[in-house]
Structure formats: structure tokens, C-alpha cells
Design a protein around this ligand. Structure first.
Ligand code: ADP
Length: 496
């Protein structure tokens, strides 16, 4: 009987596979680390063959370890690190270069040139994105410019482009599927989010032949069959990781939002059927799409240093041995004693956009204990989220009524209570930790009819912890003022 859905979650640092049953409970899981390649300062690559091998390996392991046979798998869903770029030879299936990872800054100069040439407004309007090396477009151009004879081979139709979802589908289907979904396409900086087509103008500017680009479909869609140990298994959903998490959080309606507290934090709001243009440098992308709600747009903002400030206190300041212990330390004191930590390790993102800012610990006295600093560092994650939520509310004219949370640091109750206090709205944390994988499994379930519609998914039992705001308004205002003052002291720190 086909009773399970398997989610493949191909992330930046690992490949994971999770098997879900009909009630969306986890029945099997496997994970393998993905080696990082750093050829030069600021460059980051992955070996595409390793991406595929680790992903295939964990899929088989999640099944065999749990005595699940491949005939019991009704569908596969794929969610992935976004923007990472792979080009390969269509006939041999061999990559022509390593995968250029989203974090890689090698195309910063190409981006500067695009800005100088005056393409900023056009690209923002067409793709919803700000010109940046993160996105796939300039990475594709870089590979075409730097691998000898490649453009010619492209023009002859011999080379294919894909983000990680596309590469995995192509490999799993033995080269039969060359496709992606709207959510991944919307992060390439080549896709027009208004017309839902590859943008011919941008392709022309970057000299990228359209023939190498994949077909684009809704996220919840039967893309074709994977051939696994001679069994045909439908690939029934594809979505970028942040969009899969938004779906897994049940944010199907305009105005619902989630924040993922990982190394960095990713805040995303569903803004409904029209793209919302940000005045605060937030990005507009496409949500995970189903037949029912077709194309919905999202507004997205990220915090560069979220959980990483906790990691820094663990690894560098040696304040504790595990990130989770930060909570006990923070709770040993009633407040930070006036201390603020601004973790601007690599500058500040929205709404500040100051690449020259650097971190600081402010307001220390002889009485300051490490617990005060730990508490202040945790609070900084909530303050940064507050600033981003503020931008999003201004851009959308929507007041958030609650925030759905996930990611490693969302397990910290002190942080989540403080988040609720500072935002003055309830924070909702699902018991299910694997929200991204759950989201993609649900999208796959919809495509194969396991769920009739979104109501079937809404009806699934979800255990959620809700933290409600408790702080007095006056105290909140004082804290926010202090935060603003601390941030202002870190601005523009690096000489430039
Ligand atoms: P990623 O997917 O970015 O690797 P995770 O979602 O696994 O991240 O979260 C890991 C990050 O969250 C690390 O930076 C870690 O320090 C932080 N973290 C994990 N658990 C806690 C906790 N209980 N309290 C505070 N920070 C935490």
C-alpha cells in the first residue's frame, strides 16, 4: 500500500530525508553532512555529484532503516537551499562546474556593473529582488564566461541550468524532467514574477540562452516520476526551503507570517495574490503554490546574525557548552542590567542596510555578569526581528496578529517569550520540529490527492505552544529605545 510521503530536504550544510505517514507524523529520517568547498576568500561551492549522492543515500537509508519498502511511497517532495546554481551537460549528465552556492560572493562585481548600467529598477520590478550576488542569474553568467566554449555549447542546446531542486529531479528521473517551481524560479533573478515567465530582457543583458532554463510549474504538481531501484515514484512537490516552511506553518492566507530562527533568521509573510513592493529593501518572491491558491506572493527579510550570536558565545566566549544552556543563564538575572549586544558581525540588514556596521556590547559596568551579556545577546535576536516585522508591517499595511516560529533557536523559551513581549503579539511554536519537510510533504500530498484541499490540511491536528505578551508597555518602549541607541553606536564603524 502506498501510504507514505518522503521529503527530501537538500540544505546548505546537509541532505536530509524524512518519511511522513498519512497523519503527517514522522516515521523515518536520515541525514548526511554536505562538504563545503571554499576555493578562495568569499567563494563557496558544493560538488553537485555529492549533493545528489548524499541526497539519494539518505533517501534509501531513511527507508531501509525503518523497514519501509519503496512501493509504500506514494510521492516524493523536494525542498532545497535556494539560489545555488548548477550547469551540466545534457547528454553525459556531468556538471560543467561545481555548484556555486548562494553565499558565494564571486559575482559581486557583475552586480556592481549591472547597477552602474542602470538596471536596478528594471530588475526589482521584474523579479522582486535587489541586484545581489546571492541570486542565480549572475552565477550562471559567471560560469558561462569562465568555462571555455560553454556559451557555444549552450547555444547548441547541450547545457542545462538548474537550481538544486532541478538538478535532483533531473538526476532522479534519469534526465527525463528538467523543471522547477515558481518559488525557486523567483529566487534566480531571471524570472519575471509578474508574467510568470523567464524574463527575456534579463537573459539578454546577461547573455544567458533561454533554452538552458527549466520549465516552471506550481510547487504542488506532479512533475514526473523518479526512477528509484526500478520503481517509478511521482515527484509531486518542489519548493524553496523558506517557502516550504511558510506552507508547513499553515500560512496559507494573506497577512500570515513565520520567522525561522537558525544561524540567521528568515522572516516571511504571505502577501496574497499581488506582489507587494517594499520601500525598506525587503524582497518580493513567490510562495509555495497549489492549484487552489495558485500564485501568492511573499515579502521576505533576513537577519544575518541570529542563532550565530549564541554560537559565538559558546565557541568564542566559552560562556556555555551547548546553545540550549543560554536559556538557563539568561534566566539567572531579572534583566540585562542595561547591557545591549548588537551582533552586527557582518553589518546590519533591513532596515539599516549598513555593511560597515560592526558588533558591540554596550552599557557594561563592573557589576555586569556573563548572564547579563547572554540575556542581552538573546534579546538582540528578538529586537532585530522586531525591526524587520516593523518594516514588513509598513510595507504591507498589515498588522501581524501572531508570529509562527521554527528553527533551532525557537526552542529557547526565554527568547520566544521576550519576542512575544517585544512584538506584543502571540508567538506560536509548533511541536513538530521539521516544519520545512512537513510543508513539502503536504504540498506533495495535495498534488496526489492524499489531501483534497487546504481545509484537509488545516484539519490536521497540530500541537502548538503559544507564548502571549506579558510585558508592560512602558518597559517595552524603554527597551526598544535602548536598542535603537545601541544600534546607532555601531553604525558605520568600518572606515570606507
Ligand atoms: P541552521 O539550519 O541555520 O543550521 P538551526 O535551525 O539548526 O540552524 O539552528 C541552529 C542555530 O540556533 C545555532 O546558531 C544555535 O546556536 C542556535 N540554537 C539552537 N538551539 C538554541 C537554543 N535553545 N537557544 C538559543 N540558540 C539556539
Amino acid at each position: 500500500m502506498k501510504k507514505y510521503i518522503i521529503s527530501l530536504d537538500q540544505g546548505t550544510t546537509s541532505s536530509r530525508a524524512i518519511v511522513f505517514d498519512k497523519n503527517q507524523q514522522i516515521v523515518g529520517m536520515a541525514q548526511h553532512e554536505l562538504p563545503q568547498i571554499y576555493p578562495k576568500e568569499g567563494w563557496v561551492e558544493h560538488d553537485p555529484m555529492e549533493i545528489y549522492a548524499t541526497q539519494y543515500g539518505v533517501m534509501v537509508e531513511a527507508l531501509t532503516k525503518n523497514n519501509i519498502s519503496i512501493d509504500e511511497i506514494a510521492a516524493i517532495g523536494i525542498t532545497n537551499q535556494r539560489e545555488t546554481t548548477i550547469l551540466w551537460d545534457k547528454s553525459t549528465g556531468k556538471p560543467v562546474y561545481n555548484a556555486i552556492v548562494w553565499q558565494c560572493r564571486r559575482t559581486a562585481e557583475i552586480c556592481e556593473q549591472l547597477k552602474k548600467d542602470g538596471w536596478e529598477d528594471y530588475i526589482k520590478e521584474a523579479t522582486g529582488l535587489l541586484i545581489d550576488a546571492y541570486f542565480s542569474a549572475t552565477k550562471v553568467k559567471w560560469i558561462l564566461d569562465n568555462v571555455g566554449g560553454l556559451r557555444e555549447r549552450c547555444r547548441r542546446g547541450e547545457i542545462l541550468f538548474g537550481t538544486v531542486d532541478t538538478w535532483l529531479m533531473w538526476k532522479l528521473s534519469q534526465g527525463k524532467i528538467h523543471a522547477t517551481d515558481y518559488s525557486n524560479a523567483s529566487r534566480t533573478m531571471m524570472f519575471n514574477i509578474n508574467t510568470l515567465q523567464w524574463d527575456k530582457k534579463i537573459l539578454e543583458i546577461l547573455d544567458i540562452p533561454e533554452s538552458m532554463l527549466p520549465e516552471v510549474h506550481p510547487s504542488s504538481h506532479v512533475f514526473g516520476n523518479a526512477d528509484i531501484l526500478n520503481n517509478a515514484v511521482p515527484i509531486a512537490a518542489v519548493a524553496g526551503d523558506q517557502q516550504a516552511s511558510l506552507f508547513g506553518q499553515g500560512c496559507f492566507e494573506k497577512g500570515q507570517a513565520k520567522n525561522t530562527y537558525g544561524t540567521g533568521c528568515f522572516l516571511m509573510m504571505n502577501t496574497g495574490s499581488k506582489p507587494c513592493r517594499s520601500k525598506n529593501n525587503l524582497l518580493t518572491s513567490i510562495a509555495a503554490s497549489t492549484k487552489e491558491n495558485c500564485v501568492q506572493y511573499v515579502l521576505e527579510g533576513s537577519i544575518f546574525s541570529g542563532g550565530s550570536v549564541v554560537q559565538w558565545m559558546k565557541d568564542e566566549l566559552r560562556f556555555f557548552d551547548s546553545s540550549a544552556e543560554s536559556e538557563q543563564h539568561a534566566c539567572q538575572v531579572n534583566d540585562t542590567g542595561g547591557v545591549y549586544v548588537v551582533p552586527a558581525f557582518t553589518g546590519m540588514g533591513a532596515p539599516y542596510w549598513d555593511m560597515y556596521a560592526r558588533g558591540c556590547i554596550m552599557g557594561i559596568t563592573r557589576g555586569t555578569k556573563s548572564a547579563h551579556i547572554i540575556r542581552a545577546a538573546l534579546e538582540s535576536i528578538a529586537f532585530q526581528t522586531h525591526d524587520l516585522v516593523d518594516c514588513m508591517q509598513k510595507d504591507t499595511d498589515i498588522q501581524l496578529t501572531e508570529l509562527n516560529v521554527d528553527g533551532g533557536a525557537s526552542g529557547n523559551n526565554f527568547l520566544m517569550q521576550f519576542q512575544s513581549d517585544i512584538l506584543q503579539i502571540p508567538v506560536r511554536r509548533p511541536e513538530m520540529k521539521e516544519i520545512t519537510s512537513l510543508g513539502i510533504a503536504q504540498l506533495a500530498g495535495l498534488a496526489i490527492g492524499l489531501f483534497k484541499n487546504l481545509d484537509d490540511i488545516r484539519a490536521l491536528k497540530r500541537n502548538v505552544t503559544v507564548l502571549n505578551p506579558e510585558m508592560e508597555e512602558k518597559k517595552r518602549e524603554t527597551l526598544l529605545q535602548g536598542w535603537k541607541k545601541a544600534v546607532s553606536r555601531c553604525r558605520d564603524w568600518v572606515e570606507h
